[in-house]
Design a protein around this ligand. Sequence first.
Ligand SMILES: [Zn+2]
Length: 369
Amino acid sequence: MKSTVNDVCRQLEVLAPRSLAEEWDNVGLMIGKGEWEVGKIMLALDLTSEVAAQALTCGVDMIVTHHPFFFSPLRSFCADDDKIAIAYEMIKNRTAVYSAHTNLDSACGGVSDVLAEKLGLESLRVLKSEKREMYKFVIFVPTSCCEAVLAELRRVGAGRIGDYSDCAYVMEGKGYFRPLAGSSPFIGTNGVLEETEECRIEVLVDKHDLGKTVRAALKAHPYEEPAYDIFVTEKIQSETGLGRVGVLPGTWALEAFALQVKAKLGIDAVKVADAGRPVKKVALCGGSGAGLIFEAVGAGADTLVTGDVKYHEAQQAIALGLNVIDAGHQATELPILPKLQASLEAWAEREGRGLVILRASEKALFAHY
Ligand SMILES: [Zn+2]
């Protein structure tokens, strides 16, 4: 079976729903067109010029990065700029670019889960659970057209709840309306109060998908003036969110655990802030997780493993009795790539898509002399 950029995007959004991304983030398809055909995918943390060169050499059709390729708003699109030069190359070669950032951090089985697994943590839970804003879309449809509207809603993926897709609630009732002068009603006569059998269809929709959901439902709706409502709902997610906290088998001296982190992540140095506590309950966050110091203390952790910890943040952690192991931004995120590769390969295999999934070889950003 052939695959398109849209097919791969849909699968990536199953693994890391876009609704899990932080407000300030930019995730999803960055470059390309949904109908472009995809045979080869490359995974990387960043789309640097080295990664772009590798992708072009390997004949890759789509690059999936963790860090958003476009983050700050663009003010121009001139190929003199290195980043735009990469974008030009991608477009010229019909190579799509997709980024899954904080949504992949927070996802179940995402960056932090994989890091926790790598470090041997058990009894894991989310460090910072999140409130997720969802929309309830409700539309009133004449009963004869209910199936057609439901089919359109399914086509655009509305009504996803956890591991269930196509979730909808349909209630039958009566709709009343009086067509006024100038109208050309699907049912009824001008000036006459009409009573008709209608269905109320309800689906839960991600905020990113609200526009396309409304458009799809209206497309299949026969009325001139369809009646619909949009409600905002809030859902506390307990299985997704930033960071994880879990326990180690046994209690470790900080130095021994720091050496273990080095060995497990295959790096030759970590920075350690020692608050004088043995290590048993560990909080972690791949990438930059120093912002989770209070959550780590609140969760009863004795140690936080993350990257990008600044001097004053380490001081604050020590004052709160929390050890910190800074294993670097890159090293704490890299373990997600083989996991993502395996997961996409399993999907391609299951659906007979014959996709090839590669990982870019990314040089360590920092060297230790
Ligand atoms: Zn990062």
